[in-house]
Ligand binder design. Structure first.
Ligand SMILES: Nc1nc2c(c(=O)[nH]1)N[C@H]1C(S)=C(S)[C@@H](COP(=O)(O)OP(=O)(O)OC[C@H]3O[C@@H](n4cnc5c(=O)[nH]c(N)nc54)[C@H](O)[C@@H]3O)O[C@H]1N2
Ligand SMILES: Nc1nc2c(c(=O)[nH]1)N[C@H]1C(S)=C(S)[C@@H](COP(=O)(O)OP(=O)(O)OC[C@H]3O[C@@H](n4cnc5c(=O)[nH]c(N)nc54)[C@H](O)[C@@H]3O)O[C@H]1N2
Ligand SMILES: [Mo]
Length: 803
């Protein structure tokens, strides 16, 4: 075992010579990706072990890739993984370790001054640790002590709702199920979840429109679709395996239409590492046949415009005695609210639409035409659609278009929200939900003879607000990096510090572990997905649900990173025993064989009947979306058209304040989106390159239209500070970002998350889904200066990238 710790000072003067911005002219994936995989394995000291580990990803007998939630192909290729999945694996299977000696040598104050990049680079956590205020260090403790500390804090609360239990979307179905069972037996529905920052707008919107907040398509539908629309998603970086699917769609001659303010390389050209011919000839496949660049936040107007064109063309068709463009047979049988929706569209002026799209009227028209011409349409979408103040409205407008032309339940057509974390969808299915359905609670009560709490709990934003008010005192996290992933960073830090106890189940050290509860703080290290999970009945497999509702098993092959790690289900079971000594549930009995957990899941959820029998065969099973059978689990028993007047969307409190601000002050107001670079996994920074966007050796960049740069009197490469403008008038600024001229619509800006999270007010959110609006932040810019330090070490020679 290699315990060596990289002593690189972090707050170093950046090597500006290394940082550069260029045009990336190569296709996505291909040789660039393979080189990057090799570099990451070397960096983590696992070249040989890593290569073997990679061969087991997404194989019937291997483990599920923790990289993203895109489904596996049915007949998996010898290597069914991608560059960024490989990075996720390399970071988990790393040879580096963070043992107790690491903490003995470093105070938490010192660690707090290091960058997030440094913290994650140190390697895998090996032992449970408790913060010791006297020495300002984390010290090792036994698992028993750790659980009894948590039990003591939980027992000291006035009521169970003073505790919140966070989940990040890597937790398995088995862990998630036991977790929600424990927390509900303890007595609360406070389940903040990473989904509260991600696809919750999808879940809320589609649940109301279609009866279930999940996608309706499978990979098979991509073989039949004649048009695939991709809204606000960057698969080249975030779901690279999706590019193989899109490549097939493109080769078939079907249309792929991207709607994204940025021209993303992965949506333009792709070189398939699994196609020997493409690799040998350095060839590539065109992905998008058409590319539209609306302004940030313009999607609602774009979708409204598509519907309005459809409406007008329909009226013309009917007048000419031609068949309707709407699928009236489908609409009449299956839906409610069509007339009211059309009324709203009629009342919406073209001027109010064109003002917001950022597209030329002709572009909007041709986009609508492509939709109208297609018989089998798939809509894919990502964070560009969901992380907005009008995220639910966006999603429901997508659903309206699909329903209006009968694209739900038709082979080759449907809704494809592309989830992030590899099991975020499964965690929700297993009952990690702050607003649980009565059906779920009834079922739990029946199977476990318990009394579930019936009051709705808190999601992420309510939890932070609760901590600030003193209503939430204990914070427990099953994975993730809550302090950094959430908005309004300084406020969130303060909120966590007001808790009496913070406790984190984690694989790697991160910033959240250093934002300490005022009385106690714990780190509970767990097994990762690549590792063997040995229990009484032998090695155990866990199950996950991908973005297309396929449930399958995952079993690690590597030896655990340390003998002192526990699996996540085991940690939860032991914690439950410590906290609920009188519970009739035999928590540890479930851990002896996870088949027992799956049997319990089968009893609680109808759709998981015969779970073990169905999940063991390779590939597992598929959870049907009832909408595909035209069975609508909505309040009315029908699918619904839901529409919001365009003025309500674009004239809310924040828009009004921004407009007033613009009137009073000179200077430009922009809309900033915060997104992922190619070398990161959410808050985990793998490296400082964003290869496809041509950014190397740096992260503090701001993408800006060249005419905007000129108009503001700035120049390319200039350092600026970004300030957000919200009605609460709190000053929120991030400093020292370098301006990069970019092909982005005027008035729109782009920068990386999480550095920009201090700009997002807690109050800036979709009010129905309570999701932070991290893709539409109103900001102004000030001239700034070069950073004194990058707060990030330069990990690689960026020249190596091009090889
Ligand atoms: N390698 C890697 N893979 C990942 C992750 C990772 O960090 N790294 N994260 C995982 C997670 S949790 C998630 S949720 C997914 C996220 O995957 P994505 O949904 O692709 O997330 P983002 O990188 O945030 O960027 C989304 C895209 O939205 C566009 N966009 C921004 N604003 C708008 C807008 O107003 N309208 C439109 N139409 N587009 C807009 C941006 O230009 C960008 O291309 O990826 C998952 N997979
Ligand atoms: N401004 C802005 N903010 C955003 C976003 C954005 O686009 N813009 N995106 C949002 C989205 S979509 C999401 S999903 C959230 C992500 O929020 P989180 O899910 O909370 O964050 P991650 O960075 O994925 O969590 C990384 C940590 O998870 C731990 N970890 C890794 N693997 C395991 C494991 O197997 N078990 C356990 N127990 N721990 C593990 C490691 O310690 C690692 O440090 O961020 C959100 N925040
Ligand atoms: Mo996500």
């Amino acid at each position: 075992m290699d315990d060596k710790v990289d002593e690189n000072p972090v707050n170093v003067q950046p090597n500006i010579g290394h940082a550069r911005i260029t045009n990336y002219t190569h296709p996505a994936a291909g040789w660039g990706a393979l080189l990057s995989v090799a570099r990451n394995l070397t960096q983590q000291g696992i070249m040989a072990k890593g290569a073997i580990t990679l061969l087991n990803i997404n194989q019937p007998t291997g483990f599920d890739c923790p990289g993203c939630a895109w489904p596996e192909k049915k007949h998996a290729h010898a290597f069914n993984f991608c560059e960024n999945g490989a990075k996720a694996i390399a970071f988990e299977a790393t040879s580096k370790r963070v043992p107790p000696e690491f903490f003995a040598e470093r105070t938490v104050s010192w660690l707090s001054e290091q960058s997030d990049y440094f913290l994650e680079q140190q390697g895998r956590l090996t032992d449970p640790m408790r913060y010791d205020a006297a020495t300002d260090r984390y010290v090792p403790i036994s698992w028993e002590e750790a659980f009894s500390i948590i039990a003591r804090h939980l027992h000291a609360l006035d009521n169970p709702n003073q505790a919140a239990f966070y989940t990040s979307g890597r937790a398995s179905n088995e862990a998630a199920f036991l977790y929600q069972l424990f927390v509900r037996n303890f007595g609360t529905n406070n389940f903040p979840d990473c989904s509260n920052m991600c696809h919750e707008t999808t879940s809320v919107g589609l649940a109301e429109s279609l009866g279930l907040g999940k996608g309706t398509v499978t990979l098979d539908d991509f073989e039949l679709a004649d048009a695939v629309f991709i809204f606000g998603q960057n698969p080249g970086t975030n779901h690279p395996r999706m590019l193989s699917t899109l490549r097939e769609v493109s080769k078939r001659g079907a249309r792929i239409i991207s709607i994204n303010p940025l021209k993303e390389r992965g949506l333009e050209r792709f070189q398939d590492p699994q196609s020997p011919i493409e690799m040998m000839t350095n060839g590539s496949t065109r992905i998008s046949s058409n590319y539209f660049q609306p302004k940030v936040g313009g999607d609602y107007a774009v979708l409204m415009g598509m519907m309005k064109h459809l409406r007008e063309w329909d009226q013309k068709a009917l007048a000419a005695g031609e068949p309707s463009l709407f699928d009236h047979a489908f609409i009449d049988m299956n839906t409610d609210g069509f007339e009211a929706m059309i009324d709203q569209v009629d009342q919406t002026s073209w001027a109010s639409i064109h003002e917001q799209t950022g597209l030329k009227p002709d572009e909007l028209k041709s986009l609508a035409k492509m939709f109208c011409d297609a018989e089998r349409v798939i809509f894919c979408w990502g964070m560009g659609i969901t992380q907005n103040r009008n995220g639910v409205a966006n999603v429901q407008m997508l659903a309206n278009l699909l329903l209006a032309r009968g694209h739900i339940g038709r082979p080759g057509a449907g809704a494809c929200p592309v989830r992030g974390h590899s099991n975020v969808q499964g965690d929700r299915t297993m009952g990690i939900h702050e607003r649980p359905s009565p059906k779920l609670l009834d079922s739990l009560d029946r199977v476990f003879n318990m009394k579930s709490p019936r009051e709705n709990g808190m999601g992420v934003l309510e939890t932070i607000e609760g901590m600030l008010k003193g209503d939430v005192k204990v914070f427990f996290a099953l994975g993730g990096n809550f302090a950094v992933a959430t908005p309004d960073t300084p406020v969130t830090f303060e909120a966590l510090r007001r808790c009496t106890l913070t406790a984190h189940v984690a694989t790697k050290l991160n910033r959240s572990h250093l934002i300490l509860g005022k009385e106690e703080a714990l780190i509970l290290p767990c097994l990762g997905r690549t590792e063997i999970d040995e229990q009484l009945h032998g090695p155990q497999a866990i199950s996950v649900e991908d973005s297309m509702s396929n449930v399958h098993l995952s079993a690690g092959k590597n030896a655990p990173a340390s003998p002192n790690l526990l699996s996540e289900p085991d940690i939860i079971a032991r914690l439950a025993e410590a906290v609920l000594p009188d519970s009739p549930i035999k928590w540890r009995w479930y851990i002896e064989s996870y088949d027992r957990i799956r049997d319990a899941i089968a009893e609680v959820f109808d759709e998981f009947h015969d779970f073990n029998a169905r999940v063991y065969p390779p590939g597992g099973f598929h959870l049907q979306h009832p909408a595909n059978e035209h069975d609508w689990h909505t309040k009315t028993g029908k699918a619904g058209f839901f529409i919001k007047p365009i003025d309500e969307v674009y004239a809310d409190k924040e828009y009004a304040y921004a407009a007033q601000y613009k009137g009073q002050h000179k200077g430009q107001l922009y809309t900033l989106m915060t997104m992922r670079s190619h070398d990161q996994y959410n808050t985990t920074i793998y490296g400082l390159d964003d290869r496809y966007r041509g950014v190397f050796g740096q992260r503090r960049v701001l993408f800006m239209n060249k005419d905007d740069i000129k108009e503001a009197g700035f120049v390319a490469d200039q350092w600026i500070d970004i300030e957000s403008i919200f009605p609460d008038q709190v000053k929120r600024v991030v400093e020292s970002f370098r301006i990069v001229p970019y092909d982005i619509p005027r008035g729109s800006l782009g920068a990386y998350y999480p550095e920009t999270n201090p700009l997002v007010a807690l109050s800036s959110r979709d009010e129905r889904a309570m999701i932070p609006a991290s893709k539409s932040i109103p900001v102004i810019l000030h001239a700034g200066k070069a950073p004194e330090h990058f707060n990030l070490a330069l990990p690689v020679d960026p020249e190596a990238v091009h090889g």
